[in-house]
Design a protein around this ligand. Sequence first.
Ligand code: ZN
Length: 279
Amino acid sequence: MRAPVALLLAVAALAASGSAFAAGPSEGVLVFKTVRVAGVDGRLVSPAGSTQGSTGTAEECRDASFVLAGPRWKNFEDYHVNIGTAPNGLDRLRVLRDLLAAHEAWEAPFVTECRRHRISTSYRARFGGLTNRTASLVSTGRRDGVNAVAFQSLAGTVCDGAAACVVLDFEKGRIREADLAFERELTRYGFQDFWTTDDTTWFDETGGRWSISDTATHEFGHFAGLDHVDASPALTMYTFVHDGGQTLGLGDMLGMAALYGSRRDRDDDRDRDRGRDDD
Ligand SMILES: [Zn+2]
């Protein structure tokens, strides 16, 4: 969790197919790309006031910002991991563990240091087992009926240029399929970057380590239907993936509660729940 040089990377995101946003997103494809910015403009980005990571900081637990991408799941479907695609040199069981934990972080009880808030959600991360499929929405642009998580080449795809990418295919505001792909060969972007099962994400001028935990937690936020919060560096859904992203901040949790209701222990949030049961 320590963040020496810390963070940086980034993300850009989102592009609706055609005019999906014209009349409000009802059908189309959303692409969320996590890209590296360090070295591109020579600027390193680090979270405000954070030299030791953002875990449990007041900022993380005070910032209530969230942005919804639009579509969400109506029924929670299984997702499958193609662990055979994990980069050489990494312990596949640890990679799998990191991926599962990153998705489960979005379930209640959330993985967070912000214990003061009692926020819940009905969201469920349903791991359906391993698969040999890759992310079809990324590689071919077509649904294949499997919500896949895989390491693969993003070259020439809608995710080209990204280190990690989520593509959501949706209709009438409901996600039909979601795929998450990690670029298997990060060095092809010109930096000595590598995926790691360590908890620390860091970068410098020549390279860095992308913690699968930090990156995957951010990506699974997109998988669930969350968009970026551009001015909230302490939150997991901040535009740039950063060290400490594996623990959710207040806004991250509120976003999930807004998307999937909250099984609350309080009754002062009817406004937030109102409107979600419109199925
Ligand atoms: Zn993102």
